[in-house]
Design a protein around this ligand. Structure first.
Ligand SMILES: *Cc1c(COP(=O)(O)O)cnc(C)c1O
Length: 391
């Protein structure tokens, strides 16, 4: 018999009842050290006092008004993002998937407005993840996500990850946009080298193609810069943001240059909830904190600390872990066993991690994880590796 909750997830039988910082407590009283952070969502940990204050203060004043009115909290967050990034303008959504939808629409509209309505084709990459809408699954194109959901929206090509020759061959003056994650998340923490991103930018410029970056997972401070693309010096046309920006409150944002957004006039796109006062009050608090250079320097330092510990973990357990990838606090351990088995062994050791494709175990802790919790996480990962050897 089908469960009351549609069974689209393989859920672990653990129910959390409360959280504090990098720790979660289950219904049975057991405490777990959280290196998943809701898949890079709880950027400041659980029940961060600043966010609880921002949320409750706004909750007592005003939850929701329609986007047919001026929303000061939304304007404040948009101005902050514009001030701290390449962007001139921002549209707010409730999720990452919705940012993919708008990015696709905005790019097509851009060429339409330029008198090139035939430029509708997107270049994306194998292993990509952009969300679960019909557009986002067609964009990423993986068999697992699209099977049974045809006919798919046309116009999307997936190239082998990081294959610059394939990009050179595929990109033309008919291409609408290239869309890429600076570090693939679901695909297995696979970073795109800066030189490659620079070359993609140059190819886009030569052909008049827009460059869309999906920073839903790698953005909002995760790599030690506000956005991962900043490391490459590349200026994108459109950036998709979600996950960390709400710190646990559902919120996403599409950041764009004035040029890329030129077709998005009144009536061309909308959302009932996107950018509502509650979400934006929390989002502004998160953004203010994580965009502070001192905070970002701490993310980089903590990332280096975790990385150093993981390198010695790999050296001690070469039969379990073989490779470390990623940047800042977005790290992946390539596993010899199935990563799902490592995640399950983690539950037994009171440690939460997340599996990804390409046999990778993801570590995406809160950006403000205390150093002592990093040390404890490394101890528990050691136990996990030992338990897998014994098995
Ligand atoms: C999670 C994710 C999405 C989709 O976000 P949802 O909020 O689940 O819709 C899109 N792109 C990337 C890179 C993601 O990690």
């Amino acid at each position: 018999m089908i469960t009351p909750v549609l069974p689209t997830y393989n859920r672990a039988p653990i129910a959390f009842v409360k959280g504090q910082g990098s720790w979660l407590e289950a219904a049975d009283g057991r405490r777990y050290l959280d290196l998943g952070a809701g898949i890079a969502v709880n950027a400041l940990g659980h029940a961060a006092p600043e966010l609880v204050a921002a949320l409750t203060e706004q909750a007592g004043k005003l939850w929701h008004v329609s986007n047919v009115y001026t929303i000061p909290e939304q304007e404040r967050l948009a101005a902050l993002l514009v001030d701290r990034s390449f962007a001139d303008t921002v549209f707010f959504t409730n999720s990452g998937t919705e940012t993919a939808e708008l990015a696709i629409k905005m790019a097509r509209k851009f060429h339409y407005e330029n008198g090139e309505p035939e430029r509708t084709g997107f270049i994306a990459f194998e292993g990509a993840f952009h969300g679960r809408s019909t557009g986002a699954i067609a964009l990423a194109g993986s068999e697992k996500m699209v099977k049974g959901y045809g006919p798919l929206m046309p116009g999307f090509t997936q190239l082998p990850w990081g294959d610059i020759d394939a990009i050179r061959a595929a990109i033309t003056e008919q291409t609408c946009a290239v869309i890429v994650e600076p570090i693939q998340g679901e695909g297995g923490i696979r970073p795109l080298p800066a030189a490659l991103l620079q070359e993609i930018r140059a190819l886009c410029d030569q052909t008049g193609t827009l460059l869309i970056l999906d920073e839903v997972q790698c953005g909002m401070g995760r790599t030690g810069r506000l956005f991962a693309h900043e490391w490459s010096g590349v200026t994108p046309d459109i950036v998709m943001v979600a996950k960390g920006i709400g710190g646990g409150f559902p919120l996403g944002a599409v950041l764009a240059t004035e040029r890329a957004a030129k077709g998005m006039t009144a009536g061309t796109h909308g959302s009932t909830y996107g950018g509502n006062p509650l979400a934006c009050a929390v989002g502004a608090k998160v953004t203010g904190i994580v965009s502070d250079p001192a905070f970002l320097a701490e993310v980089a330092r903590k990332g280096a600390l975790l990385r150093q510990g993981l390198e010695s973990l790999i050296a001690r357990h070469t039969d379990i872990f073989t490779e470390l990838r990623g940047d800042g606090l977005m790290l992946g351990l390539k596993c010899v066993p199935a990563p799902g088995d490592v995640v399950n062994a983690g539950y037994k050791a009171g440690l939460l991690t997340v599996a990804a494709a390409d046999n990778v175990l993801r570590l995406l802790p809160a950006l403000n994880i205390p150093d002592e919790d990093i040390t404890e996480a490394l101890n528990r990962l050691d136990q996990v590796a030992e338990s897998l050897k014994a098995a």
